[in-house]
Design a protein around this ligand. Sequence first.
Ligand SMILES: NC(=O)c1ccc[n+]([C@@H]2O[C@H](COP(=O)([O-])OP(=O)(O)OC[C@H]3O[C@@H](n4cnc5c(N)ncnc54)[C@H](OP(=O)(O)O)[C@@H]3O)[C@@H](O)[C@H]2O)c1
Length: 257
Amino acid sequence: MNCPLHQLNGKRALITGGNRGLGLALAKGLAAHGADVVLVARTETQLQQAAAAIRQTAAVKVDTFAIDLDRSSELEAFFENVVDTAGPVDILVNCAGVNLRGPAETIDLDTWQQVLRLDLTAPFVLSQAFCRHRRRLDQPGRIINICSLLSAGGRPTTAAYAAAKTGLLGLTRALAVEWAPYRINVNAIGPGYFRTEMTEPLYQDPAIGRWVLDRTPLKRWGTPDELVGAALLLASEAGRFITGQIIWVDGGWLASL
Ligand SMILES: NC(=O)c1ccc[n+]([C@@H]2O[C@H](COP(=O)([O-])OP(=O)(O)OC[C@H]3O[C@@H](n4cnc5c(N)ncnc54)[C@H](OP(=O)(O)O)[C@@H]3O)[C@@H](O)[C@H]2O)c1
């Protein structure tokens, strides 16, 4: 039986990027604790596979919506459509993201803007729509933003991603303060290195693989399910007095000199 503090029965969580990788692991984890889930991403086949996998392990309602979150101006109407179709959303997890690498000197403006649109603008616009939705219902809400070690430091060829993810952490704090009167808690999770489709090329590169192990005190990569504990804390009653924080789930990376 689940701990009552971490129960999510009767709640619905919308997870962007919920069709694979970290987003799917978060969706599975929230569903395992009773939350209905809404999975949002572009790839319809992966959305259906993810929904089937969740339904196999949890007796919850799973809805899927395919959309390109790059289309910033359509996201408010999209969110309203989700609510009309699937029902009220209590928890918003902004997990979809992309890291388009390139030397800062030469990275083109389109690439820069694409990363910012997906990794920063989409979470902002969805958060705005979520806030208005919760206020209309006069109900509290939770937002969880998936940040990165690049929210805390820089690496070569990651200027756009680092700018977006550091911005996402700033946005987390600003919204937490501004929306506290509405009982909307806004927090972030900062993952270290987890093996997913996004990081597979890094994982396969022997030099980078060694560097990650050297820098991670726990001496291994994270597995996506290891983000669930932090998300549960931030989504459930257990975290009701936590807002404006980031929880680093990084195997000790940022604690190490
Ligand atoms: N893996 C790590 O070590 C790590 C570390 C720190 C932070 N993160 C962050 O964690 C998040 C998830 O990353 P991941 O490792 O799980 O990567 P991933 O496997 O590549 O997943 C990315 C997710 O974002 C969705 N997405 C990408 N572009 C989209 C678009 N234009 N519109 C809608 N959805 C889009 C993808 O679905 P579709 O392609 O189907 O749209 C997919 O669900 C990202 O924000 C990433 O920056 C990851």
